[in-house]
Design a binder for this molecule. Structure first.
Ligand code: PSU
Ligand code: MN
Length: 302
């Protein structure tokens, strides 16, 4: 016996699909585990607005009471933003959550899986998960990297978060055959900073080229997606000399407190938010919005 995925598409997503109009997927872990309430819900709405303003339909993805939702209604977004103990779903736990009627927010990996299932080619977020500092002993490498290697979705982010080991993250992506395309500059961005010391593996300056590269991978028979590293707008970036000591401090705290597995990323992001007195959140909001706008332009180019 085979079963189908219980899936609900929002009315505007159905309409866009039927008319062949561009759609951009958005994740929900950034709402439940990445930002505090109420800024998380406000940001999610702003980001949806940015997608629309740039010519595409937004589809925020989450699992609610055992159903996979592609596009959330206002009240669902609001409830998710305030809910406690929502699961953080990646490739490993998405099926179990749906099968048992659970509720969970989708990470980059799970959002890619859902987007692909719904025929959505482009997805915007803040930062992807990657190789954590100290991974040589903890083996903490985000499932997001393997997802990029196997699911054909173009993910627009501001690179891997600066709390990660950027060098190792980009080495793993290269090993996995994931194209990392920097938008409009020759160096990789570092999430809260527009630039880093690392050279861009690939560079493109037009949304159209990114859409073409996505199609060309499919034509070549290559599985997987692309990571588009879109630098945070200059006026919103946080200088590295302010962030570097804060990142060192929170990594230290996380080790001392024995934080592991899925809790690592939310713990670090929350402590950075506290220690920068909210500046990190302002920057995070600016970069996600910028990524949503670029993703919409890429989706419209297909
Ligand atoms: N970027 C943010 N906030 C977040 C995340 C990314 O600014 O909350 C989330 C994404 O959902 C990403 C996840 O997929 O963190 C990675 O978690 P982990 O390191 O446990 O794989
Ligand atoms: Mn991890």
């Amino acid at each position: 016996m085979s079963i189908l995925v219980p899936m609900t598409l929002a009315p505007d997503v159905i309409a866009a699909q039927a008319a062949g109009l561009p759609i951009v997927a958005l994740e929900s872990t950034i709402i439940t585990h990445g930002m505090p309430y109420p800024q998380n819900v406000d940001t999610a709405r702003l980001v949806e607005g940015d997608v629309r303003a740039n010519g595409a339909t937004p589809a925020t993805i989450a699992v609610i009471n055992g159903k996979l939702h592609i596009g959330l209604m206002n009240d669902q977004l609001n409830a998710l933003g305030q809910a406690q103990n929502v699961a953080k779903l990646s490739r490993a736990d998405m099926a179990a959550c749906i099968a048992t009627g659970g509720t969970g927010a989708t990470t980059v990996a799970a959002t890619m899986i859902a987007a692909h299932l719904a025929g959505i080619k482009v997805f915007a977020t803040g930062g992807i998960g990657g190789v954590h500092k100290g991974a040589e002993t903890t083996f903490d490498i985000s499932a997001d990297l393997h997802e990029l290697a196997q699911t054909p979705v173009t993910v627009v982010a501001s690179g891997a978060k600066a709390i990660l080991d950027l060098e190792k993250t980009y080495e793993v992506l290269e090993s996995l055959g994931v194209p990392v395309i920097v938008f409009g500059q020759d160096t990789l961005p570092a999430f809260w900073s527009t630039t880093s010391a690392l050279p861009a593996p690939l560079r493109m300056d037009r949304a159209m080229d990114i859409a073409l590269a996505h199609q060309m991978r499919i034509a070549l028979g290559l599985p997987g997606g692309q990571l588009i590293a879109n630098p945070i707008p200059k006026d919103a970036q946080i200088p590295a000399d302010i962030l570097t000591p804060i990142i060192a401090q929170v990594l230290n705290e996380s080790t001392r407190k024995g934080i592991t597995a899925k809790n690592v990323t939310p713990f670090l992001l929350n402590r950075i938010f506290e220690l920068t007195e909210g500046t990190s959140l302002t920057a995070n909001i600016a970069l996600v919005r910028n990524n949503a706008a670029l993703a919409a332009k890429i989706a419209a180019s297909f």
